[in-house]
Design a protein around this ligand. Sequence first.
Ligand code: GH3
Ligand code: MG
Ligand code: MG
Ligand code: MG
Length: 328
Amino acid sequence: MKAVSVSEEAPIILVVDDDQFIRDLLRRVMEKDGYQVVEATNGEQGLAAYKSINPHLVMLDALMPVMDGFTCCQHLQALTTSSPLEGKMLNGKSLHNNARTPVLMITGLDDPESVDRAFQVGATDYITKPIHLAVLRQRVRRLIEQFQLYKKLEEANLELHRLATLDGLTGVANRRRFDEYINDEWQRMIREKLPISLILCDIDYFKKYNDSYGHQGGDACLRRVADALRFCVKRSIDLVARYGGEEFAVVLPNTSAVGASKVAEEIRALVNQLQIPHAQSLVSEHVTLSLGFACMYPTPSTSPTTLIGAADEALYQAKALGRNMSFP
Ligand code: GH3
Ligand code: MG
Ligand code: MG
Ligand code: MG
């Protein structure tokens, strides 16, 4: 038999079978087709190998000592259903897709119960022994091609999600994400009978900042302020968003007015500490923020618009009362 060298990028097939003759046969055939092959002799070994090599396909025997193929398949399914897109939404639609490593059961069991059971525990495909090699090779080619396509789709979906929800300049959530999030959390707070707070932050005399340091200087300043906001906002359920040009919003679910006031003051103090020079500011030599916050207990007859209006009014007061402050 001619030895075939396989490249580093060649898809990896994990062969899990207790029969050495079968493992040798599968290795020979698959390596000839350009795949890399890793072997395991039972389900437990197979799981361990799966975790360390992350293969493109698993060939799984059913009857094996220590852990059989059905049990192994069940564990594999649990491992592979968590996708980076799991739980992510875009326009109210779940983005999860099927980029799961395919599992091909290759077994001597050909009774209908075994076939059903294999698919129930998550097998992608099923082939009986004795193995028809021409059929096997086509199945493998198709399963790996599909998997690679799914993976590409998943990456594209992730990128789409990133582009659709993040602000390109600062990396915080964009306005679209803000609208979606505050509405979702509003509904959740109604169900859980909890308060929600909103902080609106506006850079003081930012027009003058642009006049002094140019638009690019202004952009850099926006990035630093966004970083400060991100630093102050620690819970994963809180959302920092770019609300408008030089205005940022912080959504704080399950947070009282006292809690919101603390976060607002922390943000204001940190931006002061950054001491970003602002020669033309009328309140300080450095960049400062004015912040308005509001807290509400959402009800079915109210909407986030009321909360946004209240925070906006508070921001207006912070400006009117002299800037570089949070209000109330
Ligand atoms: P105030 O203290 O009352 O908030 O004064 P201000 O000058 O900050 O007020 P205003 O909101 O009218 O000005 C905001 C300025 O922010 C106007 C606009 O040129 C600038 N701006 C908005 N978006 C961007 C951006 O993406 N980059 C830069 N560099 N500037 C921006
Ligand atoms: Mg066996
Ligand atoms: Mg403004
Ligand atoms: Mg401003």
